[in-house]
Design a protein around this ligand. Sequence first.
Ligand SMILES: [Zn+2]
Ligand SMILES: [Zn+2]
Length: 346
Amino acid sequence: MKAIVKTAEGPGHLELRDVPEPPPPGPGEVKIQVEAAGICGSDLHIQKGDIGIPIRPPFILGHEFAGRLVEMGPDVTGWQVGDRVTAENTRIACGRCPSCLTGSYNLCGKRLATGYAFDGAFARYCVVPAIRLHRLPDTVDFESGALTDPSACVYHAIQDGRGIQAGETVLITGAGAMGLFSVQYAKANGARVLLTGLERSRPRLALGLELGADQVVVTDREALAPIIDDFTDGLGVDVALECSGAESAANQCLQFLRTQGRFTQIGIYGAPIRLDLDQVVYKEIQLTGSFSQKNLAWQGALRFQALGLVKAAPLISDRLSIDQWSEGFHRFATGQAIKVVFNRFE
Ligand SMILES: [Zn+2]
Ligand SMILES: [Zn+2]
C-alpha cells in the first residue's frame, strides 16, 4: 500500500512510499480500512521538524481519520467487522502517573501517539488499540468523522475546560480548523462570538460567519480595539480562545480580555514568543492551555456532531487522493485549504 512516511527526524524527510500492509492486529488491536484522513496542523510541524510531541521515524503520518473495522485481534470484544469507527490518537500512556490516574492520559509524560510514534492513517490500512475506538453515529459520514480529533480538541478546551456561559462574549483568534470549531462550540453554549483572522484568511472568516460567528474582523486591515469596545460595551471579552499560534494574536487576547477573563491557549507557536504577562497580573486573567483530548471529549464531540451543533463537513475544502499528498500539504500550509482530507488510497 502507499503511505505518507516521515523517514527521519528534522525538516522535510516526508515521502510517499510503498510499504507492506500492516500485520494482522495483535491482542487488543483492530485493523481499520481508512476511508478518510485529514491533515492536521501538527502534521505540518512534523514536516517542518519542530513538533513538540515524541515521534519515532520512520513512521506513517495521519491521526485524524475514520474508516471501517476490517479485522480484530484475538481478544477484542464489543466490536464487529464492518463497524464504522474513528480512533483517538493516544496509543500508549503509562497508566501510573498522576495524569493517567486522574483520567488525563492525554497529558501522560510517556504518552505515545498514532501518526507520531506509531504508524498512522495516511495509508489504506492502520492498526490501533480497540480501547481508543469510537463508533461513528449514523448521521456522521467518514469525512466528518475523520475530523472528530480536532473537534474533540476544542470540546476538551471548552467543555472540559473552564466552559462558556450563555450570553458571554468570546474572542476567537485564528480562523483555521480550531478557530472554526471553537466558533461552533461557543455558539452551542449560547455565547456571542467575535472571530479574527488575517486578510489571507478572508474565505475562512466568511465560513466563520456561516458557522455562527456574530462578527468577524480582519486584523491586518481593521483596528480591533474600537470593534471590541463596541462588541462588549467597553468591558472587554469574557473569554479568549487563542487558536492561531501567532504572537500578535496572543497579545490581543490579553489586551482585550476583561478583568478576571479566561484565556485558553489552543494554537501552537512552535517556538517561544513574547507575551505581555503583566496583563495577567493587572487583570487577574485566568490563563490556561488545552492539549489533545481524552475519551469523554471524543464521545462529546461525536454527540455534538450527531446533534448538528457542530459541523465538520463545511471545513473540508480539499478532498484528495493520497498521490496528491504534497499538493495537499502545500495548500494547507499556505492557507489555501481550510482542511484537506485524503479519501482515496492505493
Ligand atoms: Zn490533529
Ligand atoms: Zn501516565
